[in-house]
Design a protein around this ligand. Structure first.
Ligand SMILES: Cc1cc2nc3c(=O)[nH]c(=O)nc-3n(C[C@H](O)[C@H](O)[C@H](O)COP(=O)(O)OP(=O)(O)OC[C@H]3O[C@@H](n4cnc5c(N)ncnc54)[C@H](O)[C@@H]3O)c2cc1C
Length: 304
């Protein structure tokens, strides 16, 4: 390493660091929208000690950092993110099922779909609302992902979080504030315990299959998107309002309001974050004029 390497560079090239490090990594590779400029460093941490070392050093050196899952709810600026993007690798992807008390311990980097599948196979209820939701367990807890009526928080027995100094804390699920597509969790979700319950196999199979079929009918699943772009205002549907403004099919560059679901914006191939942001502003303006309601983004922004 050059004599004038920064402490961060020195850490990231250290062979003992259990992490894969990608400098100037295009974030378009890590978002379901396939949009986003480069992160100064993209670091896939393989273990708690690697995660702790990176997070603590970034905090100490005042280097901006963030954690991402599958980028399924993320709009990254075309200019990218001048900091460290951390994703959770190997040790964070474990899923342990406890048949005795219908609980599951899952790492923050495990796929939510894999966890849901474990409950489905055993005819357990508690996570059926999450069927078909992409992303990781960590992202799902941070977002309190789910439906309008139910979110991940309802199934969380405990969550283990790493703070900006690299310290771990295990919180009871009941001590977290679970909001609509938000949670009071700050720091990195490294693990959680989820509580399910036994259930009639026909009931659970029926519920899951109906939820999947509804998704297939109503969402543009074959296209690049980040799911619902805006939160539903209380007592109203963002999709209905956007459709009511005649905005289905409206476009800015290659970013287009889906013909199938008006609260989805799809990337037709070469959309930029600027196209997405401009289309979101168009939608907000039209809905404000027509309904007097300010739509709040559900998608999270990085680098703006
Ligand atoms: C086709 C499609 C359908 C969707 N359907 C739904 C749906 O039905 N319901 C729903 O709620 N969402 C839905 N989404 C949105 C998205 O899948 C969820 O919000 C998902 O939980 C995000 O998980 P992720 O791992 O991709 O997180 P990312 O998009 O990578 O990150 C989202 C946020 O979570 C934070 N985060 C990620 N990992 C961690 C972690 N380990 N610790 C702390 N913070 C973290 C990030 O910093 C960011 O702020 C859909 C998206 C798509 C593309």
């Amino acid at each position: 390493m050059a004599r004038h390497a920064s402490p961060l560079q020195s850490l990231l090239v250290d062979d003992r660091l259990d992490a894969d490090v990608y400098p100037n990594e295009p974030m378009a590779r890590h978002t379901t929208l396939r949009i986003g400029g480069p992160a100064r460093f993209y670091v896939r941490a393989g273990s708690i000690s690697a995660l702790s070392a990176v997070v603590a050093l970034c905090t100490e050196e005042s280097i901006p950092w963030t954690v991402v899952g599958r980028g399924s709810n993320l709009l990254v600026a075309d200019e990218g993110f001048d900091g460290v993007v951390i994703s959770l690798g190997r040790d964070f992807r474990c899923i342990q099922v406890n048949e005795d008390d219908y609980s599951i311990v899952a790492g923050g980097g495990a796929l939510l779909s894999a966890v849901v599948q474990e409950t489905f196979r055993r005819n357990w209820q508690g996570l059926e609302f999450a069927v078909g939701t992409p992303g990781t367990v960590g992202g799902a807890l941070a977002m309190n992902a789910g439906t309008r009526d139910q979110g991940m928080g309802s199934a969380v027995r405990s969550v283990t979080v790493m703070d900006g100094r690299g310290r771990l804390e295990k919180l009871p699920g009941s001590s977290v504030q679970w909001g609509y597509r938000s949670s009071s969790i700050s720091g990195v979700v490294v693990e959680c315990e989820l509580q399910a319950a036994t259930c009639d196999p026909f009931y659970i199979r029926g519920k899951m299959e109906a939820a999947l079929a509804k998704r297939q009918q109503t969402q543009p699943l074959g296209q690049m998107s980040c799911g619902s772009v805006f939160k539903n205002p209380s007592g109203a549907s963002a999709a209905q309002m956007i459709e009511g403004c005649g905005l289905k099919g409206a476009a800015r560059g290659d970013a287009q309001v889906s013909d199938k679901h008006a609260n989805f914006i799809v990337n037709n191939g070469a959309a930029t974050a600027a196209d997405m942001a401009a289309l979101m502003r168009d939608i907000q303006q039209k809905v404000r004029e027509a309904y007097g309601i300010e739509l709040a983004p559900e998608v999270r922004f990085l680098g703006f």
